[in-house]
Design a protein around this ligand. Structure first.
Ligand code: SF4
Length: 365
């Protein structure tokens, strides 16, 4: 089954750490964008098989009117075989929604909402340049619950300027007590060319070993609050893993619409150029091939090791990989506490997740 990703490239203001493509929100531009997404979907009409997830990411999708979200969903239904119980997620910024808007979004068929809360500490939110404070974040989650959302996710950031172990634990406790089912906890990465790519920020970041302690502390705390870690950065209540994001890590196909959206479709990886003006003036979105025929076995190792279940040797063999070579390379790590290895496969431990890139490199090359 295929997932549909829609990149909504608008924000009220650029956050100083953000490397995602977005432009300043403008209602006319947003209207033209919605039409362009609908045009681009027509090109793929009937070609995506059964669709079981739709994900509005960004940018700030909650800046669109509920009716515009509904119009895009109507196009999805017209052009693809959308399952009645499909997971339909919308990313939202707490300061762009209120009770009425959340109810209207829910009525359009969105059944999962993901808030960029990031922290429950106002001084950290302000250091991140966020437009909301904790009170607004908490209110947005409660309003979405009252609007009928029963699958609510919150983002939390680790390793932000002046964050401490105890401030992160406090944020995690406050967020996990809300009526939510999922938490994504990402480590701050300084993206080249962003405002955060400067000396002041680097000087005020927690040390690397502190960040490792924070990550491990977070896993323990969230586990105690009923959130199972199922991926390096993702935690869920039972049965509430993100079905859409699992497609990325399980090598399933997804089709992306909107400037900067990426796709893995028809065995090919491609993306749409990050330019809203080109996008709205084209008959159909331009697509640039990244990889015509990705090495499926290699990708399987890179993506599956992000998941708690890790790699299955049988699946690796099916994809054309050399499982005995992989096993002997993994044996180097036995006793390190970084991974678990048995006759079925390889799984990283929480400590291993922290150095996953180095382990993957050792296993593959
Ligand atoms: S709201 Fe999200 S997408 Fe927009 S600039 Fe901030 S972090 Fe980036």
């Amino acid at each position: 089954m295929t997932g549909i990703y829609i990149h909504v490239p608008f924000c009220r203001r650029k956050c100083p750490y953000c490397g995602f493509y977005s432009e300043k929100f403008d209602p006319d531009l947003a209207g033209a964008y919605v039409c362009a997404v609908q045009r681009s979907m027509r090109k793929y009409s009937g070609r995506a098989g059964v669709v079981d997830t739709v994900y509005f990411g960004g940018g700030t999708p909650s800046l669109l009117e509920a009716e515009q979200i509904g119009d895009i969903l109507k196009s999805v239904k017209r052009n693809f075989a959308l399952l009645p119980d499909a997971e339909i997620t919308l990313e939202a910024n707490p300061c762009t929604v209120d009770q009425d808007k959340l109810s209207a979004i829910r009525e359009q068929g969105v059944n999962r909402i993901s808030f960029g809360i990031q922290s429950a500490c106002d001084s950290e939110l302000s250091a991140l340049g966020r437009l909301h404070d904790w009170e607004q974040g908490e209110a947005a989650v409660m309003q979405s619950y009252r609007a009928g959302f029963r699958n609510i996710s919150c983002d939390l950031m680790i390793g932000t300027p002046r964050q401490t172990f105890s401030s992160l634990m406090d944020s995690a406790k406050r967020i996990s007590r809300l009526p939510i089912t999922h938490i994504s906890a990402y480590m701050l990465k300084i993206e080249e060319g962003t405002e955060f790519d400067c000396g002041w920020v680097r000087d005020n970041l927690p040390e690397e070993d502190q960040v490792c302690d924070m990550y491990e502390g977070l896993i323990e705390l969230l586990g105690g609050m009923g959130f199972e870690q199922y991926e390096i950065s993702n935690f869920s209540k039972p049965g509430c893993r993100s079905r859409h994001n699992l497609k990325y890590w399980q090598g399933s196909e997804y089709l992306g619409f909107g400037p900067s959206a990426h796709s893995y479709f028809g065995g090919r990886r491609f993306f749409v150029p990050a330019d809203i003006y080109d996008y709205i003036t084209s008959d159909s979105q331009e697509e640039i091939t990244e990889d015509e025929s990705p090495d499926k076995a290699e990708e399987y190792v890179m993506l599956s090791l992000r998941l708690k279940e890790g790699i299955s040797f049988i699946r690796y063999l099916e994809l054309g990989g050399d499982a005995s070579q992989l096993f002997s390379r993994a044996e180097v790590f036995s006793g390190s506490g970084l991974l678990e290895l048995d006759g079925n496969g390889i799984r990283l431990t929480p400590k291993g997740f922290l150095v996953s890139n180095s382990i993957i490199a050792e296993l593959l090359y």
